[in-house]
Write a protein that binds this ligand. Sequence first.
Ligand code: NAG
Ligand code: NAG
Ligand code: NAG
Ligand code: NAG
Ligand code: NAG
Length: 508
Amino acid sequence: MTNWNLSLHLCFLLSLSVILVHCRRNVLFLVSDDMRPQLPIYYGPDFPTPVHPPMHSPNLDMLASKSLLLKRAYVQQAVCSPSRTSLLTGRRPDTTHVYDLVKYFRNVGGNFTTIPEYFKQQGYRSIGMGKIFHPGRASGNDDPISWTEPYFHAPNLGLYGTRNHSWRAVPRSEYEEQPLPDTQLADNAIKVLRDVAPAALRGEQNFFVAVGFHKPHLPFVFPEDFLAYYPIESIRLPDNEFAPVNMPEIAWVSYGELRSYYDILKLNASGNPNTSLPNDVVINLRRAYYSALSHTDDELGRVLQELENLGLANDTIVSFWGDHGWQLGEHGEWCKHTNFEDAVHAPMMIHVPGVTDKGLVTERLTEFVDLFPTLVEAAELEPLPLCPENSDQIGLCREGTSLMPLMRDPTMEWKEAVFSQYPRSKNGLSIMGYSIRTDQYRYTEWPGFSGPPAYKPEWETMFGVELYDHNSDPEENYNRADDPKYATIRNKLRDQLRTGWRKFLPPV
Ligand SMILES: *[C@@H]1O[C@H](CO)[C@@H](O)[C@H](O)[C@H]1NC(C)=O
Ligand SMILES: *[C@@H]1O[C@H](CO)[C@@H](O)[C@H](O)[C@H]1NC(C)=O
Ligand SMILES: *[C@@H]1O[C@H](CO)[C@@H](O)[C@H](O)[C@H]1NC(C)=O
Ligand SMILES: *[C@@H]1O[C@H](CO)[C@@H](O)[C@H](O)[C@H]1NC(C)=O
Ligand SMILES: *[C@@H]1O[C@H](CO)[C@@H](O)[C@H](O)[C@H]1NC(C)=O
C-alpha cells in the first residue's frame, strides 16, 4: 500500500468515526480560451454546424463520459473578460458592469466574492495559473484576493505570441527546446497537484486548483505533430459564407482581431458582411484551429492523468469550460464578439465523483452563471442566496442556478430561456445587443444603452432586431424578425427578452 492509499483509507475511516472529520471534495477547475464546442461528444441535431472534421480530443471525450455534459450551455457575453468575470462572480454583465477587456469588476461592479475566493474562505488552498481571469488591468492582475498562493504564468508566454502569423505549426526541435505555454502550464499544474495531494488525501486541507489554458486562442500556435490529425484535404469550407439574409448591420463584427495578424492584414480584407477570406486561407485557419484545440486537449489530459495517478480523482470535482464559442468562417464571420449561436454557445462539463460517473448528457438550456452555485452544491457547502435586483453591496450571491438537479434527472424541466448580450457603439452612441435563446428560437434586439450609472437598455431606440428559427434554420441564415409568419412568436420573444432572466429560473 502506498502512502497515499493509506491516507485515503485513513480519511475514510475517520469520516466514519464519531470525530467529525469532513473529507470534502476538492475542485479542479479547467478552462480553455476560445474553444467552441467542436467536440465529438457534441455531435447531434442540436449542434449548429455538424462536428467536422472528426476531432481528436480523447481527453475531453473521456472527461465528458463521466461528467454531466451541458450540451446547450451559453455564455453571458461572447468575449473573454466579460464572460469570465460573469462566470467567476456568478453574476451577469449588467451586474458586474464589465463589458470590455479593461474594466475590473471590483472597481465598476462591486466587491464580489469569486469562485476561487469562496473556496479560499472555506479553508481550501486556492491556486491559480494561466488564464482564469482576463489578465492585467481587467482583473487587477489575476485578482490576488482570490488565491492563497502566488499566481503562476508560463514564463515564455510572449515568445510564441507572434503578431505576424495567425497560426503556426511549431517544429519539434523548437518546442522541445522551448515548451509551448500550455505545456508549461500543464507541467506546473502537475507539480501543484503533487504538492497539494498529501494534505487533501489525509483530509487536512482541500484544494481548489484552477488551470487556464491559452489555446485554441489566436494565434493558433501548436506542435506541428497535431496537423497529422487533420489532413488538409479533409477540411471543408463553411457552407454558409454569407451574412444572414435580412441581418441588421449592427449584428456584424468585422473581426479586427483576426485581421490584425500580419498574414491576414496583407490580404486587405475589409471584414464587411458578404466578403470572405480566400478559400485556402479559410481552410488553413480551420485546420490550425482544430490542431490547436487538440494540443489543449493533450495538455489537459496530462493534468487529468496526474489526478488519477495521485489517487485524487474520486475526491475531486472537475469542471471544464471554454470562455465562449468561436466563428470559424460561418457567415463569413470570425472570432467571437457577436450574439450569433456560434459565438455564445460554449463547452461545459462537470464531473462530480459518485454522482456523474456513468456520464450524463443534458439538452436543457443552461448558462455560465450556473457554474458557481453548482460547484458550491457539489462540494456540499451552504447554498448561495439568489442576488436581489441590486446586489452591488452584496459580496456573495448568485444569478444562476445550481445544475445538480440535472445530475439527478438530465431531462427535467429547466430554464425555458437563457440570456446573452453584446455591446456595440455607433456614431458615439452606446448600444447593447440583448439575446434570448429558447428551445427553438434565438431572438436578439439591439437597443440604445444608458451606460453608467443605470446600465439600462433604452428599448425605444432600436438599431436592429433578429429572429432565427433553429428548427428550420440551425445555422441562423435567415432573419425572420420582419416575416409576418413569425409575428406572434416575435411578440412573445420580445416580451420574454425584456422581462429578463429572473422570470426564467428553473422550477426547483
Ligand atoms: C472585499 O471583500 C473581501 C471579503 O470578501 C474583504 O476581505 C475585502 O477587504 C473587501 N475589499 C474592499 C475594498 O472592501
Ligand atoms: C514581423 O513582420 C514584420 C513585417 O514584415 C517584420 O518586419 C518583422 O521582422 C517580423 N517579426 C518576426 C518576429 O518575424
Ligand atoms: C448577404 O448575402 C445574402 C445572401 O446572398 C443576402 O441575402 C444579404 O442581403 C447580404 N447582406 C448584406 C449585408 O449584403
Ligand atoms: C493590398 O493593398 C496594398 C496597398 O494598397 C497593395 O500593395 C497590395 O497588393 C494589396 N494586396 C492584395 C492581396 O490585394
Ligand atoms: C473510484 O470510484 C470508482 C467508481 O465509483 C471505483 O470503481 C474505483 O475503485 C474508485 N477508486 C478508488 C481509488 O477509490
